[in-house]
Design a protein. Structure first.
Length: 388
């Protein structure tokens, strides 16, 4: 690394030649291997990974393969490292980088678009038209770490500087891994128009994105903010994050209950994070005329929906993927100001070597797990590194 032309390193943070990395073998099989530490190119930095959060999408990728796309196909047996919600410390700078310094604590967003397609130029880099086209002779410059390029269940990763955000000293490593989740929630509200102050919002589904959508909607001034779900323990966290009302949808007319709270015309916005056919139709029926619905869950199956109701009532529907339009920067602004405590959804921490067990906690929701974080180095090492 030290002798690579254009790359800046520091003796304060020596970079090894190789690193431990988890890679996907067959479906549901993770193996720890030794890989070369990646070298940052122009406008890229090398990040020493300190902590990574596990996302439901990681579990999808490790089991089904999609939505990861490696060399034009499935990610199995391609020496591919998943993991996309990581934070760490800048360890080397690629050519032309003066936006960051070695030693900066940073967190990342996932998608670095190609920067040259129509969608990237519109700020919609999570919908890059050259998604995954960076293999063989094709070099579109697209990266989505943990999806189309190597991710964070390892010790080092390369990121385009457009996907990197500085972490304030007041924020813990674990909380910093949650910024991209809050960024996804923020992107959903951005696509709905963003100006939700004084308007009614329902969030359906208290998973990590739903819970932080409650927090972001409340911080943006929405009122009332209503959260629906099936587990009281999650709904309780939703209240702590700012929900004015929570509704347990089990054995309940959820549309009727929402209207009892917000008025018979329904609500202005729904952020749908449950992904079932019932939830999708409930979303349609609780939205008012001219209202907007954001679909943020990845459903597995096609759904039959009440489209006549949508058309007759001039509703708007948006599908969102990921964290576009720099929403992660806006989410960080809220979190840096402590507008809400995202760490309420962080429930467990494991060492990087124990990743399979950490994934099991996330998959089986052992001990009510919500966000499980994996640490590449322990807290003590961390302190030593900072005090040097
Ligand atoms: Zn994720
Ligand atoms: Zn693009």
């Amino acid at each position: 690394m030290e002798n690579t032309p254009g790359v800046t390193t520091s003796t304060r943070m020596p970079v090894p030649d190789t690193m431990k990395a988890w890679v996907i073998g067959d479906p549901d099989e993770l193996v720890q291997v030794e890989k070369p530490v990646p070298v940052p190119s122009r406008a890229e930095i090398l990040i020493r990974i300190d902590a990574v959060a596990i996302c439901a999408t990681d579990l999808e990728i490790i089991h089904y393969g999609t939505p990861a796309l490696i060399e034009g196909g499935s990610p199995f047996n391609k020496n591919f490292t998943p993991g996309h919600e990581y934070m760490g410390t800048v360890a080397a700078l690629g050519e032309g980088v003066d936006e960051f310094a070695i030693g900066d604590r940073v967190t990342v967003e996932i998608h670095a678009g190609c920067g040259q397609c129509k969608r990237c130029r519109q700020g919609m880099y999570t919908s890059c038209l050259n998604y995954g086209l960076n293999y063989g002779d094709v070099k579109k410059g697209h990266r989505a770490n943990g999806f189309t390029t190597d991710g964070g269940f390892t010790e080092y990763a390369v990121n385009h500087i457009n996907t990197v955000i500085k972490v304030p000293d007041t924020m813990s490593d674990e909380e910093a891994t949650l910024v991209v989740t809050a960024g996804t929630s923020m992107y959903g509200l951005t696509e709905l128009g963003g100006l939700v102050a004084g308007e009614s919002v329902v969030v359906m589904g208290p998973g990590p994105i739903g819970l932080l959508a409650v927090a972001v909607a409340k911080s943006l001034g929405a009122a009332p903010v209503i959260l629906t779900g099936t587990r009281d323990s999650r709904l309780k966290i939703g209240k702590e994050l700012g929900a004015d009302h929570v509704i347990n949808v089990k054995d309940t007319d959820v549309v009727g209950k929402v209207k009892d709270i917000a008025g018979q015309q329904g609500v202005d916005y729904v952020v749908e994070c449950a992904g079932t056919e019932t939830a999708i139709n409930d979303a349609i029926h609780m939205t008012n005329r001219g209202g907007k619905i954001c679909f943020a869950a990845f459903p597995h199956d096609p759904a039959t929906i009440d489209l006549p109701h949508v058309v007759k009532n001039n509703m708007y529907m948006y599908g969102i993927r990921g964290e576009g339009k720099s929403a992660t920067h806006r989410a960080m602004a809220f979190m840096a100001e402590k507008r809400f405590d995202a760490s309420l959804i962080h429930t467990h921490t494991f060492a990087l070597d124990d990743l399979p067990e950490a994934l099991r906690y996330a998959r089986e929701r052992v001990d009510d797990a919500i966000k499980v974080v994996v640490r590449a180095r322990d807290a003590e090492q961390q302190l030593k590194a900072v005090s040097k």
